[in-house]
Design a protein around this ligand. Structure first.
Ligand SMILES: CC(C)(COP(=O)(O)OP(=O)(O)OC[C@H]1O[C@@H](n2cnc3c(N)ncnc32)[C@H](O)[C@@H]1OP(=O)(O)O)[C@@H](O)C(=O)NCCC(=O)NCCS
Length: 182
């Protein structure tokens, strides 16, 4: 198993564990966090099942799924969750997803988190392409990804089915060679 410990200046990433269920539920169970996500707020049991799946995925070889706690290094607490999923048929490429506790928003942490995920994917995992799909209405996610260097690639129509119906996604990506040059 490849254990994740990846630190930036104020944020760190580490594998989630069973002890994170309540911390993750404060994120995935909050309707303000899930408003742009393709699912309804998760119950505690659903989050516990997600954590079980994530822990099991950490032991698979090759490892394709990384579900990571986002840690405030100074306060040593969990403030967010990040997900990186390597495509089985395109192992040079991975999709990222991320979310923070709402009281952390608007202070540049989301942008730092995207930067940290890119450095983890390119430097630690040796990926070539990292992409993320957001709701067209998700302005903070758009700005965080753009500022971190993920360019907008275009729109996938009816990409996801949400509790409110079909939703398009806007795709952002970063490439390893462009990212190294920045
Ligand atoms: C997306 C998310 C991680 C951004 O986190 P954040 O810490 O607020 O992001 P930042 O503080 O780095 O802000 C990023 C940009 O959005 C802007 N912004 C933040 N909140 C905003 C708001 N409510 N309205 C308008 N702009 C906003 C910031 O000013 C900043 O813009 P700038 O780069 O021009 O200064 C956070 O909003 C979140 O967890 N959302 C719920 C989950 C989610 O939608 N995840 C993304 C899935 S693709």
């Amino acid at each position: 198993m490849r254990q994740v410990v990846w630190n930036g200046e104020r944020l760190g990433l580490r594998d989630v564990t069973e002890t994170d269920v309540h911390g993750l539920h404060a994120i995935y169970g909050d309707p303000t966090v899930t408003q742009h996500m393709p699912f309804a707020p998760r119950t505690l049991d659903e989050v516990a099942a997600l954590v079980d799946e994530a822990v099991a995925a950490a032991f698979t070889e090759p490892r394709l799924l990384y579900v990571m706690a986002v840690i405030d290094i100074e306060r040593r607490g969990l403030i967010g969750v990040a997900r990186l999923h390597i495509e089985a048929d395109h192992p040079h490429s991975a999709e990222i997803g991320f979310g923070l506790l709402p009281d952390m928003w608007g202070r540049g942490i989301g942008t730092d988190l995207v930067r940290l995920l890119l450095s983890f994917g390119f430097k630690e995992l040796g990926l070539h392409r990292i992409w993320g799909a957001r709701s067209p209405a998700n302005l903070p996610a758009q700005l965080a990804m753009l500022t971190a260097g993920m360019v907008e690639e275009g729109r996938i129509r009816h990409h996801v089915h949400t509790p409110h119906g079909w939703r398009d996604s806007i795709v952002h990506s970063a490439l390893e060679d462009e990212w190294t040059e920045r």
